[in-house]
Every structure is written in C-alpha cells, then in structure tokens.
Design a binder for this molecule. Structure first.
Ligand code: BGC
Ligand code: NOJ
Length: 816
C-alpha cells in the first residue's frame, strides 16, 4: 500500500493523505538554520546546534504523533468552522490534501469548504530564517470572511534544559511585540545576544504570545480557544510558555487570492549594541529590521526560491544516471544524494528518532557521511575534515563526537571506540580522489583543539593508523576497546546494572577482546594510506604501511577465518565470536563486508565463500541481516547487542548501513546480479509499494528494518540520519555503476545486473564533464572489454585522465 508517489520530474515526493504510518518528514536549510518539517507541518527549527540553540519547541514521543509545528489555523467567520491547512492539529476532513516534499522545501496544500490554501515552507540559502509563504483562494461563489491564525511555540533555547528544568523555566519566558513582528527574548536580558522572531507581511488584527491565553487551560493545539472564538487576546508572555501567533482577518471575494508571508528567524546582535538605546532591556532592532523587511518581499522570495532550485540543480548535476531501473535512477539522481547532504549536515543529531539533545557530530559517523557528500560541495568537506582532525587526540585516538557550536570533542556518548580514528583516513582519501587537493595533507591542524599542538594533517593520519598498531591483541588483531563500528558489541563492558549506558559505563580492564572488523577496516584504510604516503613522497613510510597491511591480512586469514566466513571477534577471555562454535551469533555481516571490500581472501577462495555464506545465512526478503542466529538472551560478555529483542537493531535486524558493504564486496567478486539484488532489497523507492509494512518514508533510507526474528519483520525505524545514506550512494554510484574517482583518474568498472543492456551517466569532476555510455550487449555482469574516450581507444585498466579543461568528454564502454 502507498501513501503517495514520486514526482521525478519535479524532484518531489507527493504525499496524498495526511495519515501516513509515521510522520514523513523533510529538512529545510543547509548552512546554519535548520528545520525539520513533517507532512502535517509538525517539527521544529534550530540554529546550528539542535540542543543548544533550539528555536521552537517539540515534544518527542507525543500522543498522538507529531504535535507541535508550524501551524496555520483557518476560521470561516460566517459559520465558525475551523480547520488547519496541514490537517494537523485540527484534523478536519479536508476535501483535498497534498504535501510535496522537495529539495529544501515543502509545500502543503488543501481545500476545505471552497477555500484553497497553499503554503510553501523553505529556508533561503545562507539565511538564518525560514519562510512560510501562504496563498489563500476563495473558490466559492460568495465572499468569505476569514481569519488566519499562525502558531509557533518557542523553545527556551537549550532543548534539554527546556524539557527538564521547569522550576526555573516557568519564570524566564519573555517576548516583545512590535508591529507585525513577535520577538522571543528569553534570557536576552542576561547573557544571550541572540533572539528569535516571527514576522508577518500583513498588519495584524491581533496576536498572542502566551500559550495559555491562546489555547486556554485544558485545550490542546487541536482546539485553541482563540481560534474557536475568532478573538485573539494580545497577550504578553511573562514566564510559562511563550508562543507567537498572528491573527489576520480579511474578506475574500469569489476567486480572489491573497498571499501572506511569515518569516521565522534567528538573529544575533553585536554584544555592545544589543539593547535599544532608548529602551534599556528592549532588543536593538536596528540590525534585524532590514533583514525581516527583506524577506517579507515576494520578489526577494521568488529569487531566493530560484536560487535554492539552482543550488540543488548544480549539486545533483555532479552525478546523473539513466539506467533501466527507475528506483535506481531516482535514488541516485535525487533522493540518495539529498539524504547524503542531510547526514553530512546533521550527523546523528536531530531527526524524528534523534531528539537533538543526545548527540553532536559523531567522529566515525561524520567521516563516513563525507563519503557520500564530498562530490557535492568539496570545500565544505575539506572544512569538515579539518574540524574532525582537530578533535583527534595526540595518541591518534578520537573523541566519539563533537558539538557543532563549539567544535570541541566530548565523551558524552562514550570513548575508546577503537575503529574511530581509521575512518578519518578513508574520508581524507575520498576527498583527495575527488579534488586532487593535496594541500590538505600539509594543513596544520591541532590535536584536541589545543594551541601549539599543530602538525600536518598527514601526521594526523599516521597517528590514526598507528593507533591500531599500538593496540594489537594476542592474535595480532586490533583490540576492540569499548566497541568498534558496532556500538553494541561491548566485549569489555560486563554491565549488570539496570539502565546503565553500555556506551559510557566504565569498561573492565585486563581483557584481550579483538575485532576482525577493525582488522578489515585497517587493511582498507592501509591501502589508502600507502597511496597517500606516495603522494607525499614518504616512500619509506609507504613501504612500512604495506608491510603492516600484509601482517594484518595474515592475521585475518589465520585467526579471523572460520572455515566458511570471517569471524567477528575474540572476546574478553580470548574466545571466538561469529563462529560455527557459537550457538548464537555464528555469523556477522560486518567482517564479511569490510574484509572483502579490502580484498582480503580474493586470492584464495575465502572472499567467495564468505559472500556465499552471507547469502545463505543472512539474506532475507527485506535485506541482509546483521547477525544470525539472533541472540535470545542477555549476555554480559557481549553487552548491548544482546539487550535487544531478536530481530531489532544490532541484534539481527537488517542494519542497512552494512548492506552496501556486502554490495561492494560482491562487486569485488564481479557478481553484479547479487550486488544489485542486495541494493534493490533495501532501496526505499523499491519498498514504496509496501509502505504499510515499511512505514518510514519511501524516499530516504532508514537505519534498520526489522529482521526475520522480529514479530514486525520488514518494519523500518530511524529514518534519515544514518550512515546508510552515504554507503549506499558509494555502493551504487562507485561500485555497481562503477564510476569511481581514483587518485589519478576516473575509473569506470561497472558491475551490473546481466539483464541491463546499457546505461548512461554524467559525472562532473575536477572541472570536466564525463558523459559515459555503458553497453552490455552480451549480458555480462562485469569486466570492461573495450573503451573509447572521445572516440579513441583507451587501454583497459587505466583510469580516464582528469582533463580539468572545462569540457565534456565522451566515454563509451563495452562489457564483455
Ligand atoms: C544503538 C546504536 C548506537 C548507540 C550509540 C545504541 O543504543 O543501538 O545504534 O550507535 O546506541 O548511540
Ligand atoms: C549508529 C551509530 O551512529 C554508528 O556510529 C554505529 O556505527 C552504528 N549505530 C552501529 O552500532
């Protein structure tokens, strides 16, 4: 069953009923002002940091779902009928409803009793505000007398404090109202120089800023007293809960249309000039007023909206494909790339499953997100790499996350994840391949943000690499630390205290838990490290790296191989996990994916056997599960993974992040049918037709899909902010379609389903455009037989040069 459809031409997903199985959301904003907006206009906004600078309030886990957002109430003053154009919160049966989520904007339109309402919500590029641009039209034969009430509820800035510290917070709320602008000024009197505002293009009939005055006691958002009666109170909030509601009353003749613009924004004043010189304690509005007036002009918004469309057009042009498969085309060309931008911007901080107060930017997460983003805005990727490296510790280790506002590392969600540092090498490698900007390796970057500790970025990578070597266990495999990529495989934790966090609790010392996954990651990163060392002419170091990689391969082949697949780990006591010997947790996906991606076992039969075992043991109709058999009981020596009911999260769900690893691994074996089959199983667009089972948005990846052991098999959770976005983008664009930037040229090595007769792609990279046609007349899965570059034969196995000449080059490839 579906709840909408794709509109590929307009790059939109069109939701045709407000009652989706879960709120289906979109993100607005790319730089510092961000909004989450659901298909019924729920959600919230923040400036840079979802925890520390929350602009509007949102209550997660509300009943029913998704209360609180960007609401517009309409009232027909002749008959007292009240509705909301986005269905929520009033939930009147609308005669028509659509929500179109597009790239950086959302349009919601509705018809009720002959009144057509259409609102487009977007954040202009580089602006610290969001626009709600509403048009109302009278489609009836008679004039109507309408009232429109807007509503946002302000958050008292720190979202954690806002939802916990009521003894203080019920006393501090403050606002100012001037003309049609409502200012939220809580804590401005003391240390804040920033405030929020909600402006309207029209003169007001009235307003409210006190939530209780607007709703009345014991009323919810669905039936505010003010909207029911059609009379606002001009209330001024003193403590309690500041809101902003404009009230406009106007008549519309038959077929008459009216446009109303709202601007919700964030603004910082210079500290020395923060107060109005005539009115101490009032905001100095001298700087903000022109900004507000600017964005209240329709012509400015037309231009801003065009700019946004152009921005996305240019971003997406970096990679466009036409394959025989529509799900592939729309995910590669539009939605997967779009999701990669979101994960790059927000890491795992704020979604409908991440509260925005739990986590900042994850070190391993951000490095992986960059893999799917680097081609979009390389300069931003560069900046991110430097920020990440600057949080690295002198011993090469990493904080697990940092706060975007301060850029400082913190251990709030644990530390000593021994895989963390290695991801930096993969991310820098991706940046170098995309841009050829070797200067980044010489960039001086501090450790732990401490002055006078700067070294070249290249040394950061060396220290990251050594971090693993300095922590090897008895089998020569890397010690796992608190956990590796799988945060829930806690082999040193041994927690017996209810509720204790597995991610932060003190670990038990003295064990020898080793990770085969980190070994595979080390080899993968080692291949890059060797090439990077060659770039910097550190040939001796490159040789050392090669030797370390060889030793690690040896260790994996000797101690990491179980007979039919790669083992997962050795536990605290040195006992094996992810082996035939284990009654549960016999086979895990992560080491199969990462080892084969790193080409371990390609020369003997191990890689092939491992991938066959993945198919035999872990594959399911909804994707490849993380582990089998699932753990059925809590085992303190394995930690959080065994805390989940079977089939959920790390305990044997289809943990989508790992699926592209096995897709890529399959392409290393040349098996395009299998790689693509895995790709299709979790492709959100493919799953659109089972939206009632999948339940999350059909246009973006979710982190998990319940596995075969779960009673709700096939149900997705945790959409949007997941490394799944970047890795699937890498798997399909670079390995299945096979168009892959390398250090010295563009590799074209497709590994596709045999029944594809052909596909075409356009890739822009390093100031040249490559127009690529791949022919597959004899239905092969891989192996390039002939290649023409601008009509001339090109040697197989040699990348296509980076022409950097601003021109378009035509590449023709035949598989055979
Ligand atoms: C989740 C993991 C996550 C970890 C850290 C765990 O509860 O299952 O997916 O990585 O928390 O936040
Ligand atoms: C989600 C976390 O953000 C990521 O860092 C981790 O690798 C996966 N969960 C697996 O546990």
């Amino acid at each position: 069953m579906q709840y909408g459809h794709f509109d590929d031409k307009n790059k939109e997903y069109v939701i045709t009923t407000p009652q989706t199985p879960l709120p289906w959301i979109n993100y607005l904003g790319n730089d510092s002002y961000f909004s989450l907006i659901s298909n019924t206009a729920g959600g919230y906004s923040f400036y840079r940091d979802a925890r520390l600078r929350r602009i509007t309030r949102y209550r997660y886990n509300n009943v029913p779902y998704d209360q609180g957002g960007r609401y517009l109430y309409l009232r027909n003053n002749a008959n007292g009928q009240v509705w909301s154009s986005s269905w929520q919160p009033v939930k009147k049966d609308l005669n028509h409803y659509t929500c179109r989520h597009g790239l950086g904007y959302t349009r919601i339109s509705s018809d009720y009793q002959g009144i057509h309402a259409h609102t487009i919500y977007f954040v202009p590029l580089q602006a610290n505000c969001e626009i709600w641009r509403t048009t109302l039209k009278n489609d009836t034969q008679a004039p109507v007398d309408l009232s429109l009430f807007s509503l946002v509820e302000f958050c008292l800035w720190d979202a954690l404090d806002d939802s916990t510290n009521y003894q203080r917070n019920f006393n501090i709320g403050e606002v100012e109202v001037e003309g049609s602008v409502i200012y939220h000024t809580t804590e401005y009197r003391e240390r804040r120089d920033h405030f929020a505002y909600f402006a309207c293009s029209e003169p007001l009939t009235g307003f409210d800023t006190d939530r209780n005055a607007f709703l009345d006691n014991y009323h919810g958002f669905e039936n505010p007293q003010v909207v029911q009666t059609g009379k606002s109170n001009q209330s001024i909030a003193h403590g309690w809960a500041p809101i902003a509601s404009h009230h406009l009353q106007f008549a519309l003749n038959p077929q008459e249309e009216k446009e109303i613009i709202f601007v919700l924004g964030y603004f910082e004043n210079p500290r020395e000039q923060k107060f109005d010189s005539n009115h101490p304690f009032q905001i100095n509005k001298q700087f903000v007023s022109p900004r507000i007036q600017h964005y209240l002009q329709p012509s400015v918004l037309d231009a801003a909206f065009d700019d946004l469309a152009r921005f996305w057009q240019e971003i997406l042009e970096q990679y466009q494909v036409t394959t025989p498969d529509q799900d592939t085309n729309r995910m590669v060309n539009i939605w997967n790339a779009y999701q990669c931008m979101t994960t790059f911007n927000l890491s795992r901080s704020a979604s409908y499953f991440e509260s925005g107060i739990g986590r900042g930017m994850g070190f391993r997460d951000s490095n992986q997100d960059l893999l799917g983003f680097v081609q979009m805005v390389p300069a931003k990727a560069r900046e991110r790499l430097i920020d990440l490296a600057a949080t690295q510790l002198p011993n090469g280790g990493a904080y697990h996350q940092y706060q975007p506002l301060t850029k400082r590392g913190n251990d709030a969600v644990g530390g000593n994840f021994n895989d963390d540092p290695l991801w930096l090498i993969l991310a820098v490698a991706a940046y170098l391949k995309e841009t050829g900007d070797h200067s980044i390796l010489k960039e001086l970057v501090p450790y732990d943000n401490q002055a006078d500790t700067e070294t070249a970025l290249f040394e950061h990578l060396q220290r990251a690499f050594s971090y693993t070597l300095d922590r090897l266990g008895p089998h020569g495999l890397p010690l796992i630390g608190r956990a590796d990529w799988n945060d829930c495989l806690n082999l040193n934790c041994f927690s017996l205290t209810p509720g204790e966090s597995f991610q932060t609790t003190e670990n038990k010392a003295g064990g020898v838990a080793e990770s085969v996954f980190i070994a595979g990651l080390f080899i993968l990163a080692g291949h890059e490290m060797e090439k990077i060392a060659q770039i910097t002419l550190e040939t001796q170091y490159a040789q050392q790296v090669r030797q370390h990689v060889k030793d690690m391969q040896e260790a994996v082949l000797t101690h990491g191989w179980d007979g039919a697949w790669f083992r997962r780990a050795y536990d605290y006591f040195g006992d094996v996990l992810g082996s035939q010997q284990n009654p549960e947790g016999k086979i895990f996906i992560e080491p199969q994916g990462i080892c084969v991606m790193a080409d371990v076992g390609l020369e003997n039969s191990y890689a092939l056997k491992a991938m066959d075992s993945v198919n035999a043991w872990l594959n399911s109709v909804h994707g490849v599960m993380l582990v089998q058999p699932a753990f059925t009981r809590y085992d303190p020596k394995y930690g959080e993974i065994t805390s989940y009911p079977p089939g959920y999260k790390e305990n044997a769900s289809v943990f989508c992040h790992t699926n592209p690893w096995v897709m890529i691994a399959e392409t290393r074996l040349g098996r395009g049918n299998q790689a693509f089959d895995y790709y299709k199983r979790i492709n959100p667009s493919t799953r659109e037709s089972i939206s009632d089972v999948h339940r999350c948005e059909p246009y973006v990846y979710a982190q998990t899909i319940a596995g075969k052991d779960a009673p709700t098999q096939g149900e997705a959770k945790n959409s949007w902010l997941t490394g799944t976005a970047a890795w699937n983008y890498v798997a399909i664009t670079q390995f299945i379609l096979g168009i892959r930037p390398d250090y010295d040229g563009l590799v074209i090595d497709p590994c596709i389903p045999a029944d594809w007769p052909s596909f075409t792609a356009t890739r822009k990279i390093r100031n040249a455009t490559y127009h690529i046609q791949v022919h597959n007349p004899h239905h092969h899965q891989s192996g390039v037989k002939t290649m023409l570059v601008d009509g001339k034969p090109h040697p197989i196995g040699t990348p296509i040069p980076y022409y950097e000449d601003g021109h378009t080059h035509h590449i023709e490839v035949w598989l055979g």
